[in-house]
Design a protein around this ligand. Structure first.
Ligand code: ADP
Ligand code: MG
Length: 225
């Protein structure tokens, strides 16, 4: 099954997004506030500290991630566009992801033969591919390999990310791009929104092919320079 993202249609206004973000942050705050009240009232729940404190930290971390994801959506990077070497930028991203504990069990392989260039900022390019690769890693099984293949196609640079992870059903694919749509317990559902926004800004395209239980292929193109 194939899904070409209709980025412009899916994007909400910053105002609508802000309202949704406020809602997403209120939940963790409510949990933390409730637990703090409990411990503030006396020592009755002292033995629950070991259980409650990690929970509170976890809730605060979720709120923090939602905020930083939202900020990168609402406030686009002001960095100047540059002539970006796709190979070194991708190697940079892979290095970064290799430092994640997650990466012990998943390998990322880069297949690129030439020095291709696009016009973008490094920070935004990295944001796109960190988000896409993180999703691929999170969907993968132990020992899986994620393949990144870069080719020139007509006047575009095509970057394909292929994972052999859990894949998506047709309806899951259709939901991509809906803010806060996430099937993960710790997901924000903002990662792909960030990707779509940046790719659109640089006149690129993104499409998804996926099959439940087989894997996912994400195809991104940027105009070549
Ligand atoms: P998050 O990763 O925080 O959940 P994203 O916007 O990055 O938010 O992704 C939204 C959802 O899209 C994920 O929760 C997941 O269900 C689905 N998804 C994205 N990429 C993949 C992939 N490579 N394989 C399987 N599912 C994916
Ligand atoms: Mg994600």
């Amino acid at each position: 099954y194939y899904q070409q993202m209709q980025q412009a249609e899916r994007l909400k206004t910053t105002g609508e997004l802000a309202a949704a973000v406020a809602h997403e942050i209120r939940n963790p705050i409510t949990v933390v506030k409730g637990l703090l009240h409990l411990h503030n009232e006396g020592d009755e729940f002292a033995d629950k500290k070991k259980e409650h404190f990690p929970l509170m930290l976890n809730e605060l971390e979720t709120a923090e991630t939602v905020i930083s994801d939202f900020l990168s959506l609402a406030k686009p990077s002001e960095a100047e566009k540059e002539l970006l070497n796709v190979k070194s930028a991708l190697l940079n991203v892979i290095d970064l992801l290799n430092s994640y504990a997650l990466m012990d069990t998943v390998e990322i392989v880069l297949d690129i033969d030439d020095d291709f260039y696009i016009s973008s900022t490094l920070i935004e390019f990295k944001q796109v591919f960190i988000n896409l690769l993180k999703n691929a890693i999170e969907a993968s099984n132990q020992g899986d390999t994620i393949k990144i293949r870069v080719r020139k196609q007509h006047k575009n640079i095509k970057i394909v990310i292929k994972d052999t992870g859990e894949g998506m059903t047709k309806s899951e694919l259709k939901a991509l791009g809906t803010p806060f749509y996430s099937l993960k317990s710790k997901g924000t559902g903002l990662g792909l929104m960030i990707c779509f926004n940046i790719i659109k800004k640089y006149n690129g395209t993104i499409s998804f092919h996926s099959e439940k239980g087989v894997g996912t292929l994400v195809k991104v193109t940027f105009p070549s320079v």
